[in-house]
Design a protein around this ligand. Structure first.
Ligand code: ARG
Length: 403
């Protein structure tokens, strides 16, 4: 085995990665560079710097990735209306390839031949990090301490922390915190009482949305502008991708939009129960479907919907940087050429409902669909032949069955 000289660690400054930092320094006796990504998790990142400094880290990277996250990862995924298992907006899944990309970039820059992450040996995130690193630079070695050390539970982790005088965080109630993953797209909460899917989730688990019951009694109507499939403005005001998603998170959170209590199938093989809050993403999904409804051709729209579950599963399973994901992305992106216009959405007690859509590129023809007399050349007799031919095989089939 060649000796590892330098490791780049994906570091949040939280308990797990603080312990991992110590463990890497002790186990490998080499320099560890820390990388902390600002993905809009809504947490101060300077404490992470201070903690890394205290642990003797010389090269500390804290990088604001919010715009890149939303424009190059979240928006391309939203163009597909991607949902895993029909419900999950993939908030954690889509962040991992971005973090991996920067881990690899920093590793190359500082001449490190290894990267490390704090994902456990039971989850999807380890798979996502490592498949992304494999696809971006096969020469880089990956260290996953959770699979290597003999700490096997959170209890043992806390003991290790105490032994090494590392501060142990607790939640507002003084209890060990849930396993939380937050970014501009969502907050995901797992563990503790949530591990029993029969257990009804107490309201204090939710972080960025109010209970729809407590949301304002008056609805709020907003207008979202789209260009080529991507949202570009809210209420007529142009915004950068990250600013736009931040704005919608605020609006959606206040109206209790985007809560999801889900039992999902992990790639690794087990079922898990989690709580997701995706306020802005939920509004955008409804609005995007709204603008697509008038700008996409039927067959194009249906083809997109057929490949969507496959595309979502690729992202969930960690294959963002894989040729088949890129092929599907090319198809999805091409479909968005004319997906421009404006959608009005009503936010009210947990729901985001499309109430109006307009586009200069609309395919919608009131003249064609109207119940009234219309000028457009539509011969009702054509429908008669259309139905007669489509019914031909059904008539043969029914006649045979009654023989
Ligand atoms: N189960 C989700 C996924 O696989 C979230 C994983 C990370 N969340 C967490 N709370 N640790 O995408």
């Amino acid at each position: 085995m060649t000796k590892i000289e330098k490791i780049v660690l994906s570091y949040s400054g939280g308990l797990d990665t603080s312990i991992i930092l110590k463990w890497l320094q002790e186990t490998y006796g080499c320099e560890v560079v820390t990388f902390t990504a600002d993905l809009g998790q809504g947490e101060e990142l300077e404490p992470a710097r201070a903690k890394a400094e205290m642990s003797g880290v010389k090269d500390i990277r804290i990088v604001d990735l919010r715009e890149e996250f939303v424009s190059d990862f979240v928006f391309p995924m939203l163009r597909a209306n991607a949902l895993y298992e029909g419900q999950y907006l993939l908030g954690s899944s889509i962040a991992r390839p971005l973090i991996a990309k920067h881990l690899v970039g920093i590793a190359r820059e500082v001449g490190a031949h290894a990267v490390a992450h704090g994902a456990t040996g039971k989850g999807n995130d380890q798979v996502r990090f490592e498949l992304a690193v494999n696809a971006l630079d096969p020469s880089i070695k990956i260290i996953a301490p959770w699979r290597q050390w003999n700490i096997r539970s959170r209890m043992q982790l806390l003991e290790y922390a105490e032994k090494h005088h590392l501060p142990v965080p607790s939640d507002k109630r003084g209890e060990a915190p849930f396993s939380i993953d937050a970014n501009l797209l969502h907050t995901s909460t797992e563990g503790k009482i949530l591990e029993n899917p029969a257990e009804v989730v107490p309201d204090h688990v939710y972080q960025r949305t109010v209970d729809p019951v407590d949301a304002p009694d008056t609805p709020e109507i907003i207008t979202i502008g789209f260009e080529r499939g991507d949202p570009v403005s809210v209420n007529g005001k142009s915004m950068t991708p990250a600013a736009l998603l931040t704005e919608l998170n605020g609006l959606g959170g206040r109206h209790g939009i985007g809560r999801l209590d889900l039992v999902e199938n992990r790639f690794i093989g087990m079922k898990s129960r989690g709580i997701y809050e995706t306020p802005g993403g939920t509004i955008l999904l409804a609005a995007h479907r709204g603008i697509e409804s008038i700008t996409l051709d039927r067959a194009a729209a249906h083809l997109k919907d057929e490949i969507m579950p496959r595309y979502a599963e690729l992202i969930y399973n960690g294959f963002w940087f894989a040729p088949e994901r890129e092929m599907l992305q090319a198809l999805i992106d091409q479909s968005q050429t004319f997906v421009s216009g404006e959608v009005m959405v009503r936010l009210y007690k947990g729901s985001a409902s499309v109430i109006s859509r307009t586009s200069p590129l609309s395919l919608y023809s009131a003249d064609l669909v109207t119940f009234e007399e219309s000028a457009i050349a539509y011969d009702h007799h054509d429908a008669e032949g259309f139905i007669r031919l489509n019914g031909l095989r059904l008539r043969s089939w029914a006649a045979r069955n009654s023989r």
